[in-house]
Design a protein around this ligand. Structure first.
Ligand SMILES: NC(=O)C1=CN([C@@H]2O[C@H](COP(=O)(O)OP(=O)(O)OC[C@H]3O[C@@H](n4cnc5c(N)ncnc54)[C@H](OP(=O)(O)O)[C@@H]3O)[C@@H](O)[C@H]2O)C=CC1
Ligand SMILES: O=C(O)CCC(=O)C(=O)O
Length: 488
């Protein structure tokens, strides 16, 4: 049974105080399941932003001096508090952006695990001893924080993505100004409430809501900002890179994907079908790692297609709070419009819609943004539905004569985030690992789903090249000092 929520107004959190924006205006966040309001957040101004960045700037020296171990202890507390609020946070996530409750609970649990992973970093090394060519000298590296880090996050993982950016930023000694996506800002405020109770010193972690063009852009351009980490669209990401490089600050971008799955003639077809259903349609396809192109060797094409369509037609679509629902609505009206536009485009381009792609209306669907999982065939590599990130429940089936052609098609995109192959042939696996141009290479496993202790990120237009999560996060959130000491 879903909890009943009071529709609340959430404030900004600046210098350890919950404060309203000077604008006196709020933004209403609605549920994509029925367009009912789920909460209100501040429509902040540049003035509010200045306060947040200044607070983070003033806090940075003390926070650095507190030391890594003590910083880690505060993250452990934040993890415990979030764990106590898991059901509440997850229900709000489902209400606000539509993913099903089990998925939202899984994501919140993942956020808690990420916090604990980085809390434990507090007790791990922050440098290396390197032999000097001078036998009487001591030479070592010491990791040092960057200063004030701006964190700009999307709505599709409103808990896990902010945490995988903020937890390492904080444990390695940076202070943070977090601007969440407006469409996930109420869920983000609930996460912030947990962090606020954990006891960070004043100004260390600041939370500000408002539009991307004012608060997001203003954050990147702020003279006191030392680095920016961003996940979102390629378009906005390119602007972030331009502004950050103009200012000479460090930046990290994680953007889209057009992730391929190759099904070879030696594949376990049932395993491949299950993985494509999950990778393509979980979270309504709104993952940067979602499977969107399925490239199938002609020898097994008909068998694979038939089983895939049968499985897709069993998917139950509806309000993610309800038991038995497998796929929720698109996260917003604009996502819904994008998805339906691409479905129409696919038809116009000459692809054949073999399953789904229907807009659900009437009864419980009437006010929501519901589309059934869509499968196209006769898709060619040059079509827009084979090239552009749709970020919705739409899969394109593409024929390939053999593995060589399949890999060529898979690489024929500007993106390079994740890719899967299904095969029992070790030579095909080795060839795929070498030739595929992506950051996440998945063998007999779906393209989505990342592990918090491993590096995460893409190639080509999917990423700015750096990696998030696991030990890799340290490379972005710290700078190295090389120290050479000699007696006098
Ligand atoms: N993980 C991923 O790879 C994601 C990819 N996407 C892709 O992006 C498309 C659009 O989604 P959308 O949410 O609009 O993504 P955006 O890139 O617009 O938003 C991501 C974040 O950037 C902020 N932002 C927007 N404009 C600016 C700006 N000029 N300067 C700084 N920050 C800004 C947003 O704030 P605000 O919400 O206030 O606009 C949000 O916090 C999707 O359809 C999908 O293709 C989207 C989300 C995640
Ligand atoms: O596949 C995942 O679990 C992570 C996906 C992701 O990071 C994203 O969609 O932004």
């Amino acid at each position: 049974m879903a909890t009943t929520f009071a529709t609340k107004t959430y404030k900004n959190f600046i210098n350890n105080e919950w404060i309203e924006s000077a604008s006196d205006k709020t933004i209403t966040s609605i549920s994509p399941a029925d367009r009912e309001p789920v909460g209100y957040v501040q429509s902040s101004t540049e003035n509010d932003l200045n306060k947040a960045v200044e607070a983070a700037h003033h806090a940075k020296k003390e926070w650095r001096k507190l030391g890594q171990a003590a910083r880690g202890q505060i993250l452990f507390k934040a993890a415990n508090i979030l764990e106590e609020s898991l059901d509440d946070v997850a229900e709000m996530m489902t209400r606000e952006m539509g993913k099903t409750l089990p998925e939202a609970k899984g994501e919140t649990a993942r956020g808690i695990a990420i916090l604990r992973y980085y809390a434990a970093e507090g007790m791990r090394k922050d440098g290396d001893v390197i032999p000097s060519s001078d036998k009487d000298a001591l030479m070592f590296t010491k990791r040092t924080p960057l200063g004030v880090v701006g964190v700009i996050t999307p709505w599709n993982f409103p808990v896990a993505i902010p945490i995988w950016k903020m937890a390492p930023a904080l444990v390695y000694g940076n202070t943070v100004v977090w601007k969440p996506a407006t469409e996930g800002a109420v869920t983000a405020a609930k996460v912030m409430e947990c962090f606020a109770k954990a006891g960070f010193p004043q100004g260390v972690l600041n939370f500000i809501t408002g539009s991307g063009s004012v608060i997001g852009q203003g954050l990147i351009d702020h003279p006191l900002l030392n680095a920016i980490t961003f996940t979102g669209s390629e378009n906005v990401g390119k602007g972030v890179a331009k502004s950050a490089s103009a200012r000479g600050i460090k930046y990290q971008l994680e953007m889209g994907g057009k992730n391929p799955v190759i099904v070879t003639k030696e594949a376990n077809i049932d395993q491949a079908v299950e993985a494509v259903i999950s990778g393509g349609f979980r979270s309504s396809g709104q993952k940067c790692t979602a499977s969107s192109r399925v490239i199938v060797e002609s020898a097994v094409y008909n068998e694979f297609k038939q089983k895939l369509v049968e499985a897709a037609e069993k998917i139950t679509v509806g309000n993610g709070l309800k038991e038995g629902i497998w796929m929720g609505p698109c996260a917003s009206e604009s996502q819904f419009n994008t998805v339906t536009k691409y479905i129409e485009k696919g038809k116009q381009e000459g692809a054949k819609l073999v399953s789904g792609g229907e807009v659900l209306k009437g009864g419980e669907y009437e006010n929501g943004f519901y589309v059934t999982p869509a499968i196209f065939e006769d898709v060619t590599a040059d079509m827009e539905i084979a090239q552009e990130e749709i970020f919705g429940p739409v899969i394109a089936l593409i024929h390939a004569a053999d593995l060589e052609e399949a890999i060529e098609i898979a690489n024929n995109t500007k993106y390079g985030l994740s890719a899967s192959i299904f095969t029992s042939n070790i030579n095909s696996i080795l060839e795929f690992i070498d030739e595929i141009e992506v950051g996440l290479v998945r063998i007999n496993a779906e393209s989505a789903g990342v592990e918090l202790q491993a590096p995460f990120g893409g190639m080509k237009a999917s990423s700015s090249g750096s990696r998030e999560q696991g030990e890799a996060a340290k490379e972005f959130f710290t700078a190295i000092k090389t120290v050479f000491i000699k007696g006098s």
